[in-house]
Ligand binder design. Structure first.
Ligand code: NAD
Length: 265
């Protein structure tokens, strides 16, 4: 797979203080992009993440504490990025949360939070960043959906609903932009990736099923993932880098699975 040279491009990755988003930030910076980090966490730890990334890549790195459940903060994040870097050329909508419960017991505030962070934030960030991309005639929008954007699992009603909607949003935005030859919008649909989000689920399931962690991983978490291996964040990040390359300029409106065969069933 050809890799892109992203020197001179500016990338904003939501939810990039951890897991998949952080992996994508590293990969894009390595390819030459300046990076806006975003997400929650301990402020000293985040400052170190930003400093390490700056030192390793030699690129500009800034951090936005914007809360993806608050549209005004999302708009402000894009504005600050454009002011500091001149543009947002690559937008990776990655921030996400999970909650697992039967639908008739699903807490309403968790439903609202998942829809806001996993879905509506994508809309608000795209709406805010798109005028700048159109002005420059170049842009890459990558929405990190999930295999749960294409198929369902029980007890994840809010997450599955939000991620299916992210795939729909991706297609609609791609069609609107189809004649903008250098602006694309795609979704990434990973199976299980070993990140803090999944580590929490392993702990919860181990307690719920009274099983050791290794059995939970194989028999519960990876039950639907035929290759029985986690996707690596580096593999997803490499794919995002490819989507940002010139060779990917006709790829738009697609939902790419990286799922060890999950959706082949
Ligand atoms: P993670 O918990 O490691 O990281 C989530 C990031 O989102 C963190 O930086 C966190 O601070 C940030 N975040 C959470 N709420 C936020 C908010 N309100 N505002 C701003 N930032 C916020 O999780 P991850 O596994 O790296 O997940 C990243 C994305 O990938 C999510 O959208 C998730 O649904 C998706 N995904 C994950 C997996 C997996 O197996 N880990 C699989 C498919 C899809």
């Amino acid at each position: 797979m050809a890799t892109a040279s992203l020197t001179g491009k500016n990338a904003l990755i939501t939810g990039s203080t951890s897991g998949i988003g952080l992996g994508i930030a590293h990969a894009l910076a390595k390819e030459g992009a300046n990076v806006v980090l975003n997400g929650f966490g301990d402020s000293t730890a985040i400052a170190k993440i930003a400093e390490d990334l700056k030192r390793e890549s030699g690129r500009k790195v800034i951090y936005s504490p914007a809360d993806m459940s608050r549209p005004a903060e999302i708009r402000e994040m894009v504005k600050v990025a454009e002011r500091e870097f001149g543009s947002v050329d690559i937008l990776v909508n990655n921030a996400g949360i999970q909650h697992v419960a039967p639908v008739d017991e699903f807490p309403e505030e968790k439903w609202d939070a998942i829809l806001a962070i996993n879905l509506s934030s994508n809309f608000h960030a795209i709406k805010a960043a798109l005028p700048g991309m159109k002005a420059k005639g170049w842009g890459r929008i990558i929405n990190v959906a999930s295999v749960h954007g294409l198929v369902a699992s029980p007890f994840k009603s809010a997450y599955v609903a939000a991620k299916h909607a992210v795939v729909g949003l991706t297609k609609s935005v791609a069609l609107e932009l189809a004649e903008e030859t250098e602006i694309t919008c795609n979704a990434l649909c990973p199976g299980y990736v070993r990140t803090p989000l999944v580590e929490n689920q392993i702990e919860q399931q181990a307690t719920a099923h009274k099983l050791p962690r290794e059995r939970v991983i194989r028999e519960v978490i990876l039950a639907a993932q035929p290759n029985k291996r986690f996707v690596e964040t580096e593999q997803l990040a490499a794919f995002v880098t490819f989507l940002c390359s010139p060779n990917a300029s006709t790829i738009t409106g697609s939902a790419f699975t990286v799922d060890g065969g999950w959706t082949a069933r």
